[in-house]
Design a protein around this ligand. Structure first.
Ligand SMILES: [Zn+2]
Length: 118
């Protein structure tokens, strides 16, 4: 094909010519929040608004606040937590290993006794 095209040099989604891709960056305020699982999250707020006192942790869903030494306690209902997260909260890795070993031994004993066949 010979000759230029009227739309050449542009691309889908491009803004008006000459404008910076995302425009000017507004002043941001980064605030650290801490949840009771010691996660730190730093959402950015516009510098001219008051940052909220609490923020939901994006990693575990627990509420987080600005006080690293005294994060908010987990609420009774934590819909974002998985069953495994609850188990990990109650049990240390060492306990988990002991429980797993115990469960495997029990299973092996039952297999040996012919109670479980697979
Ligand atoms: Zn968290």
């Amino acid at each position: 094909m010979a000759g230029g095209s009227a739309i050449r040099g542009s691309r889908v989604g491009a803004g008006p010519m000459g404008e910076a891709e995302r425009g000017d960056t507004a002043p941001r305020l980064y605030v650290s929040y801490f949840c009771s699982n010691q996660h730190e999250t730093r959402p950015a707020f516009s510098a001219d608004v008051q940052a909220p006192e609490t923020w939901d942790c994006p990693r575990c869903g627990l509420p987080a606040n600005l006080d690293q030494e005294n994060p908010p306690p987990p609420p009774k209902i934590t819909p974002y937590k998985t069953h495994l997260a609850y188990v990990k909260e109650r049990r240390s890795d060492k306990e988990a290993e002991a429980i797993l070993t115990e469960a495997l031994e029990a299973l092996q004993a039952r297999r040996a006794a012919g109670e479980v066949i697979y």
